[in-house]
Design a protein around this ligand. Structure first.
Ligand code: UGA
Length: 435
């Protein structure tokens, strides 16, 4: 199959590289000439494990191409994927669809022969109808079908999520489009991935429902963690105890500093906006959004409490800035709430993150960035772990203790065992676990 992908952001690039690796011929199109030039030279715009080598291999084997010229790519394509950004619109929180509609117009002008137009971007229910309308208006003679095919890729694990997904969702009533989609994803059927055909609107809603449900799950366990702290219970054991129930499931029950990233905050907000517009509010998600925002703020208070109620003139060494491990993404990261609050309370902050410091430098002020976890805590009164990078999980505790001036450790990801830290003389605070 010949595939064109509009937008070489996170989703477009990963999907393009994976489809190419399946054996399809893929052209990724982006208006950003500098980005395309870099991609042609093997330089990735984002950090994603395994992506660079996957792109290099498929470029070398001439299945994956990058261009700023949409014409040829779209003309030749059996399927054109729209994978452009849908940020929150300033002011009202609705998804901003201007890039999606722009792509639809461009595709309409260039497509040739029966073309399946696939929205991969996360778009509110009804967007497929709009895209169809735009194409129909621009090219009344065009032979096409608009399909919804949401992505369920986690940053940091995106290639695995693409190649070994729990399911593929395809929303369309068009039989020819179903055949094209079936053929595109055929390599997945070898490992028996379920492919779910639904209507377009259902498919669009599945994406938001999935992300909102996961946000609910995380927020639920975060509130359980707070309760654990009050009643003297252990949230990790609560997670395990409920997660072993197949109806609940063990995943996404890790308590932490609150969810962040480019998806959950944006998608929960957009879902509640849509729901309110249709007069069918999703109150549980409204509450989750509020609880999660409060939680990120409360994490700074937790650090201050662990340091005896004041951080004025104290130095805090921070490990991890990205919204989760294995990414350089800082969007809606809890660190963006926590660090300014600690600075406002009078602390000096020294920080280390394996990948996100460049991005963080644009967003955080007056932070001293260093190039190792040990340097971050050198002379510090406290160490705060915000992101669960693997390399933070087995630090040399003796070395940390010697490097630090104080002995306070606040672990917002529960990556250490309280007993180990106590043994080494640390005053250890974590999430939802007795000291
Ligand atoms: C999420 C979904 O997991 C993907 O399926 C979806 O495709 C993607 O959004 C998207 O819509 O594009 P992502 O935002 O990359 O993926 O990251 P997650 O791994 O889901 O983590 C989101 C946030 O939840 C992070 O801040 C993470 O630290 C937090 N989290 C996750 C927890 O606090 N506890 C958990 O148990 C799991």
């Amino acid at each position: 199959m010949r595939v064109a992908i509009i937008g070489t952001g996170y989703v477009g690039l990963v999907s393009g590289a994976c489809f190419a690796d399946f054996g399809h011929t893929v052209t990724c199109v982006d208006k950003d000439a500098a980005k395309i030039e870099k991609l042609k030279n093997g330089i990735m715009p984002i950090f994603e494990p395994g992506l660079e080598s996957l792109v290099a291999k498929n470029v070398k084997e001439e299945r994956l191409f990058f261009t700023t010229e949409a014409r040829e790519a779209i003309q030749d394509a059996d399927a054109v994927f729209i994978a452009v950004g849908t940020p929150s619109r300033r002011g009202d929180g609705h998804a901003d669809l201007s890039y999606v509609y722009g792509a639809a117009e461009e595709i309409a002008q260039l497509m040739d022969g029966f073309t399946v137009v696939v929205t991969k971007s996360t778009v509110p229910v009804g967007t497929g109808d709009e895209v169809e309308e735009i194409i129909r208006k621009t090219r009344p003679d065009a032979d096409f079908a608009v399909v919804s095919n949401p992505e369920f890729l986690r940053e940091g694990a995106a290639i695995k999520d693409f190649k070994i997904p729990d399911r593929v969702v395809v929303g369309t009533d068009d039989e020819r489009a179903r055949d094209v989609m079936r053929e595109l994803y055929r390599p997945l059927f070898l490992n028996e991935t379920p492919i779910l055909f639904t209507s377009r609107r259902t498919s669009e809603l599945i994406k938001y429902a999935a992300n909102a449900f996961l946000a609910v799950k995380i927020t639920f366990i975060n509130e359980m963690a707070d309760l654990c702290e009050k009643v003297g219970a252990n949230v990790q054991e609560v997670s395990r105890g409920i997660g072993l129930d197949g109806r609940i499931g063990a995943k996404f029950l890790n308590a932490g500093p609150g969810y962040g990233g480019s998806c959950f905050p944006k998608d929960t907000l957009a879902l509640t906006k849509t729901a309110n517009d249709y007069g069918s509010p999703v109150r549980i998600v409204d509450t989750v959004i509020e609880v999660n925002a409060d939680r990120k703020k409360a994490m700074a208070d937790k650090v201050i409490a662990a340091m005896g109620g004041s951080v004025t003139g104290k130095t805090i060494g921070v490990l991890g800035l990205a919204f989760k491990q294995n990414t350089d993404d800082m969007r809606d990261a809890p660190s963006l709430d926590i660090l300014p609050a600690l600075q406002a309370a009078g602390a000096r902050v020294v920080a280390y993150d394996p990948e996100a410091m460049k991005e963080a430098a644009h967003l955080l002020k007056d932070i001293e960035f260093v190039d190792s976890p040990y340097k971050a805590v050198d002379g510090a009164d406290a160490m705060v772990i915000i992101t669960e990078w693997d390399q933070f999980r087995a630090l040399d505790l003796n070395r940390l203790k010697t490097a630090m001036k104080g002995n306070v450790v606040v672990d917002l990801r529960n990556i250490y065992h309280p007993d180990d830290l106590a043994k080494h003389g640390f005053a250890y605070t974590s999430i939802g676990r007795p000291a």
